[in-house]
Design a protein around this ligand. Structure first.
Ligand code: MRU
Length: 330
């Protein structure tokens, strides 16, 4: 490509602004909605360096499997535009890749960014183009799976969901929550039970915030109330997302998902996983191969327990394929 054409193309991309519910890419700058401050404060963080983005990902200011992949890709594109050398880009890519271990979308997005160069010389325009492609693709995949999964929701259904799988967790409409939104928008009368999702309350802080904004009727419950509601006939379907799906269909998702799947099976309630193909890891044959992130003790202890009590805090669990009615993916 001629130098001038390349320059113009670069300008075109740099001018392209991207907007999602919790991520903006404006004039080459990456902005992330601090999800730790929701629902009470809407604070946008500027991410200047890869270290900023890594920190935002690790403390869950930016979270949700698809979104962390998109954010990491845009972060690398921004870094390249700021004049980082190919060596610096590669090293930042490796650090970003390791920011969180379970959601495979992160590793896949970074690998795709690195594949833009078969040698070591990264072109800022190629990286930007690839990051925009990853963003656009997530929007498209969410649209497809949410539309498809919404068809499984019937008028009058009461649905249980866990964690947050909406616009906050993706570049698009969301996965499981996207399906719920689509069903509501097609005028099906539905009600959503939202698990609060201990320890970091992605359900009560984030899903409740999204449902409220969308005007979808919901009720917040504690995580361990689901089986009781199922036994009372109050839940017709379960919809959840995933952070990594093994080749045999075993699916890792936010801690607590496995217990819901067991309770759903016992009560003969369909249990659906909604996820884009970027969440599937063909290199994991079964759920046993999925690395599970362990997080800090302070997330579980809070102020209610003895200061130094021992804590175990796995962020995810794996639901075996046999408990999943269907995985809706694209
Ligand atoms: O630790 P989090 O909040 O990043 O965990 C997120 C989840 O478990 C979601 O269910 C999953 O990423 C799917 S998001 C569309």
């Amino acid at each position: 490509m001629k130098k001038n054409t390349m320059k113009n193309r670069m300008k075109d991309f740099a001018r392209k602004n991207l907007t999602a519910l919790s991520l903006k890419f404006e004039d080459g700058k990456l902005l992330l909605l601090d999800q730790t401050r929701l629902p009470h404060e809407e604070v946008w963080l500027e991410s200047f360096t890869p270290e900023d983005t890594i920190s935002h990902i690790q403390r869950l200011a930016v979270r949700g499997a698809p979104l962390i992949g998109v954010a990491a890709a845009l972060c690398l594109a921004q870094y390249a535009q700021s004049g980082a050398s190919s060596e610096q880009i590669k090293s930042a890519a490796m650090r970003l890749r390791e920011a969180r271990p379970t959601a495979v979308n992160l590793m896949k997005a970074i690998d795709r960014m690195l594949e833009t160069s078969d040698v070591t010389d990264f072109s800022p325009s190629a990286l930007l183009e690839k990051a925009i492609e990853i963003f656009d693709e997530d929007v498209e995949l969410c649209e497809k799976i949410a539309t498809r999964a919404a068809k499984l929701i019937e008028d009058g259904d009461t649905i249980l969901t866990h964690c947050n799988t909406g616009g906050l967790a993706t570049a698009g409409v969301g996965t499981a929550l996207g399906a719920i939104r689509k069903a509501h928008e097609s005028r099906k009368k539905i009600h959503v039970y939202v698990d609060e999702t201990r320890p970091l309350f992605q359900g009560s802080r984030l899903t409740a915030w999204e449902l409220q904004k969308l005007g979808i009727p919901y009720t917040l419950i504690c995580d361990h109330m689901a089986a009781l509601l199922m036994s009372q006939g109050k839940i017709q379907k379960v919809f959840v997302g995933a952070d990594r799906i093994a080749r045999n269909g075993d699916s890792a998702n936010k801690i607590g998902t496995f217990s819901i799947a067991i309770a759903a099976k016992y009560h003969h309630i369909p249990f659906y996983v909604v996820a884009p193909n970027t969440t599937v890891d063909e290199t994991c044959l079964t759920g046993k191969d999925i690395p599970i992130e362990e997080r800090g003790a302070e997330e579980v202890r809070l102020e209610r327990s003895p200061k130094d009590c021992q804590v175990f805090n796995p962020a995810f669990d794996v639901t075996p394929a046999e408990l999943i009615t269907e995985i809706i993916r694209a």
